[in-house]
Design a protein around this ligand. Sequence first.
Ligand SMILES: Nc1ncnc2c1ncn2[C@@H]1O[C@H](COP(=O)(O)OP(=O)(O)OP(=O)(O)O)[C@@H](O)[C@H]1O
Length: 256
Amino acid sequence: MFLDVRDLTITLKTGEEIAKDISFSIDGGEMLSIVGSSGAGKTTVCKAVMGLLSSNYSISGEVLYRGENLLHCSKKRLQAIYGKEICYIMQNPMTAFNPSLRIGRQLEKTCYLHNPQISRQELQLLVSNTLQQLGLDDLKRILKSYPDALSGGMLQRIMIAAALINQPTILVADEATTAIDACNRIELMQLLRQLCSGGMAILFVTHDLRAASMADRILIMNDGQLVEAGTTEQIFNEPKEEYTKYLLSACTLERR
Ligand SMILES: Nc1ncnc2c1ncn2[C@@H]1O[C@H](COP(=O)(O)OP(=O)(O)OP(=O)(O)O)[C@@H](O)[C@H]1O
């Protein structure tokens, strides 16, 4: 199993519980979606999986990456895993980049960090290919730009490129398609499916049940807890919980 999260409970130092008894697993070639309204605890769970929660949080349970509990790994081991084997697409593309560094440089640094042996030529080719894979063709301009010169949708796609550049085995995508227009969003979802077919495991987190329809399985999260789990067909065609039905009706309303 690529990723196996067991009984993950996240509590603030003040005692407030943000997520309780969260368990799920994803294997290579699978896309699992966590769906829930704003404030359900989705981002906090992603950050716990990515080792990004500060000491203001206490975490119990297990985050197993191929059997290795990431909550107890050394800093050195985690540095080797995160950004290379497990990559994260953060929710807000505007704050994910260094504002004073050109995009090209930032992508090169991301790649170089985990592939110090790579030649200059290979590095440039990899950066260009990854951006093109995400439908970003205006390469010269993009690579020379500072983040504030690019649109939110573009930055989101570049952030996805940054996550894919090191060809991770697990991709954690938190609202990865939110800032992207509808046509590009469909293309991006198809790309994620394609990556899955190539063996990647994808955790796709969203507040929008429609966006989750490309996943193999869906977990519904509400108020810090998983309330329903099933295949995508089960969730869409035979929802059991009232909250799942509510999320489905919100999709139908938006479509009218
Ligand atoms: N450090 C913190 N201090 C206080 N409250 C926090 C902290 N971290 C998380 N929370 C609270 O935990 C809850 C879950 O937050 P989280 O960002 O994980 O939700 P989410 O499901 O990802 O929502 P969204 O989609 O809007 O980001 C929210 O009510 C949030 O305010």
